[in-house]
Design a protein around this ligand. Structure first.
Ligand SMILES: NC(=O)c1ccc[n+]([C@@H]2O[C@H](COP(=O)([O-])OP(=O)(O)OC[C@H]3O[C@@H](n4cnc5c(N)ncnc54)[C@H](O)[C@@H]3O)[C@@H](O)[C@H]2O)c1
Length: 337
């Protein structure tokens, strides 16, 4: 790529969005030119670290800027849909924080709008794919050394209950920890296995946040049946009393992988006298901006990014089925978007 080619990016929402700046600029041909946040205090704070960027309170100024080709949407979840639709309309490539949107009908609208503009690239920050330990595990599964997978337990353990009962997540009626948290585990399981989720049953409760303003389930456990016959428990746990963690157990016919809070192991024997192998690859070992250099490269070369459009919608489709199942109390099909 010619060193002089420059693609300009803008970022809406400067919480995790601030961490997108360095991610984009790891690509030599990308420059983040404008930042939007409707909080005066947040803009002032970010300006101390990035004094040379144009700042605005209005997301529209980024969406309407003809010089900006890539937009990061890192606003509150409830603003994603409208901003995503406007950005597609304006012909921008999109990197959207998870969840892309909150409603199934909105996801269909976004998918249809993208089909009408196939040159636009879209990705979402499903960052666990860059975790060295999970990359190791995926290779191990692909090599056949785990045998045939039959059971997975994947839980997003939040460890930050204060964020659910105060701040925008607590104030948003029905903030969904499935869409905002379990989506990482849904993507992780689909990406690790290459399997297709078919059907879901789910239970939930809100014992841990009882008496607070948080109105949705803070614990959800879903049982997911996959096309191969694999069964996975995929869930989110907002109330756990320990640090943020991605619990993962993967059972194959030849080995079991366990990502523990303190360490990870692979067991290759049922014999209690045989020690499991410690897995030393880093966890989580990722920065929130790690997918962006690849995204810029995908835009510049007109190829699918590492977390491509199908992957974004596959993870969402599974989460919508989990949401339907936990609220209906009935088994629900996964309806691909
Ligand atoms: N990929 C990940 O692992 C990850 C991690 C954290 C957050 N997120 C996602 O990022 C998004 C933001 O979460 P956060 O933790 O950064 O929240 P945050 O509260 O830390 O920051 C959000 C910022 O965006 C601003 N903002 C919100 N809506 C806006 C709008 N419409 N226009 C302009 N500014 C707006 C707020 O003023 C705030 O400064 C959410 O969708 C969240 O799910 C993803």
């Amino acid at each position: 790529m010619n060193g002089e080619v420059l693609i300009r990016a803008g970022i809406i929402g400067l919480g995790v969005g601030e961490r997108h700046i360095s991610g984009y600029e790891r690509h030599p041909n990308c420059r983040v030119t404008r930042l939007a946040d409707f909080s005066d205090a947040k803009r002032a704070d970010v300006a101390t670290r990035h004094p040379d960027r144009s700042m605005t309170a209005s997301a529209d100024e980024i969406l309407d800027d003809p010089d900006i080709e890539i937009v990061s949407i890192a606003s509150y979840d409830q603003h994603h849909y409208e901003q995503v639709m406007r950005a597609i309309d304006a012909g921008k490539h999109l990197f959207v924080e998870k969840p892309l949107v909150l409603q199934e009908d909105h996801a269909h609208e976004v998918r249809a709008a993208l089909r009408a503009k196939p040159h636009l690239r879209i990705s979402s920050n499903l960052i666990l794919r860059r975790c060295p330990r999970f990359l190791w595990l995926r290779k191990e599964i692909r090599s056949g050394r785990m045998g045939r997978l039959f059971n997975i337990d994947a839980e997003y353990q939040y460890g930050r209950i204060h964020k659910l009962i105060s701040g925008w997540r607590g104030e948003l009626p029905g903030y969904s920890l499935v869409m905002g948290g379990a989506v990482h585990m849904a993507d992780l399981v689909i990406w690790l296995t290459g399997d297709r989720p078919v059907e879901v049953t789910a239970f939930g409760n809100r014992i841990a946040t009882e008496g607070s303003a948080f109105r949705n389930f803070d614990l959800v456990r879903a049982l997911v049946r996959f096309e191969s016959g694999l069964v996975a428990s995929i869930g989110c746990n907002g109330g756990c009393v320990h640090p943020h963690f991605h619990r993962l157990e993967v059972h194959g016919t030849e080995a079991t992988f366990v990502n523990g809070l303190e360490s990870a192991f692979v067991y290759r024997s049922r014999d209690p006298g045989v020690r499991p192998e410690p897995i030393t690859e880093a966890y989580p070992g990722v920065d929130k901006g790690d997918l962006l250099e690849d995204f810029v490269d995908a835009v510049l070369h007109g190829r699918e990014p590492e977390v491509g459009q199908d992957a974004v919608f596959d993870a969402l489709s599974l989460c919508f089925a989990i949401e339907r199942a936990v609220h209906s109390g009935q088994p629900e099909p996964v309806r691909p978007i």
